[in-house]
Design a protein around this ligand. Structure first.
Ligand code: UTP
Length: 289
């Protein structure tokens, strides 16, 4: 089974990033010098994905503008010899074949994924949440794709989280399989800590078989009155093989202020133009605190 397509749900309202996200989609907020969404698309492309569907809504048009050419600006940069800037603004448009579909009502992540059915057809596909960024040696979605191909199964990226955090995530019940791979037996959405199956949380990356679409269509609203992807995955894992991969890499939730700031600092430290400067700036700051 070859995974060629990816779906990026990015139609959430972004209420945790207000007021910034009122008119700029949270996926388009700049992390150092690129919007959040570009990092996610680059991860998918590095993992061999060719076709990407972004689930948007009526307030997200800056996304399709960004992944397009901008002839007037390109001409101006070219005439003034700004080759580096020219390459940087053309790159997003040349990364992949990008498609868009709107989620017309904000009814939850499961509902958003359901909008991808026509695009996906009858093949396994990757899902990368539009506000979850990874810092990695090897693309996290690529690690999941490898497991999906090896086990011919749906795969979910998981990592252990602290007890205080389990109520923020989808949590899985696992049985050991092979090193960092587990068999998923059950799952729950945002459980109370007393009811948790484990500390393994679902963190924004999936490879799913197309059987998920029938389940999503029948899915009744769950936590928060939304169509939850986790509820349909819970059913899918009883019908078919599902693997959890404890992936290598650091995940940041850029959909909340603290996660966004952590990502900004770590990516700025990695960046060749800002890394050394930021390190000495932070050292000076820390000495004053
Ligand atoms: P989040 O819960 O992190 O995003 O959804 P949100 O709803 O934008 O956040 P807040 O709570 O209001 O701040 C996880 C992912 O699912 C997408 C989001 O864009 C995000 O990538 N999503 C969520 C949709 O595409 N549609 C929805 O109806 C809900």
């Amino acid at each position: 089974m070859k995974v060629r397509k990816a779906v990026i749900p990015a139609a959430g309202l972004g209420t945790r990033m207000l007021p910034a996200s009122k008119t700029v989609p949270k996926e388009m907020l700049p992390l150092v010098d690129k919007p959040v969404l570009q990092y996610i698309i680059e991860e998918a492309v590095e993992a061999g994905i060719e076709d990407i569907l972004i689930i948007t809504n009526r307030s997200k048009s800056p996304m399709d503008d960004y992944f397009d050419y901008y002839p007037e600006l390109e001409r101006r940069l070219s005439e003034s010899g700004k080759e580096k800037e020219l390459a940087a603004i053309r790159r997003p448009a040349d990364l992949a074949n990008i498609f868009y579909v709107r989620q017309k009502e904000t009814k939850g992540l499961g509902h958003a994924i359901g909008r991808a059915r026509r695009f996906v057809g009858d093949e396994p596909f990757a899902v990368l949440l539009g506000d979850d960024i990874m810092r990695y040696q090897k693309p996290v979605i690529g690690q999941l794709i490898e497991a999906a191909e090896k086990y011919d199964a749906s795969v979910i990226g998981v990592q252990e989280v602290a007890d205080e955090a389990v109520s923020k995530y989808g949590i899985v019940k696992v049985e050991p399989l092979d090193g960092k791979a587990f068999t998923i037996r059950d799952m729950q959405e945002k459980p109370k800590v007393e009811e948790k199956f484990s500390n393994y949380a679902i963190l924004g990356r999936y490879v799913l078989k197309p059987e998920i679409f029938d389940l999503l269509e029948k899915q009744t609203p769950g936590v928060g009155g939304e169509i939850q992807l986790t509820d349909s995955l819970k059913t899918l894992c009883t019908q078919d093989r599902m693997i959890g991969v404890d992936f290598e890499g650091r995940r940041y939730d850029t959909g909340n202020l603290k996660g966004f700031m952590e990502a900004t600092i770590d990516f700025a430290l990695d960046h060749p133009e800002t890394g050394e400067w930021l390190k000495s700036f932070l050292k000076d700051k820390a000495a004053q605190l």
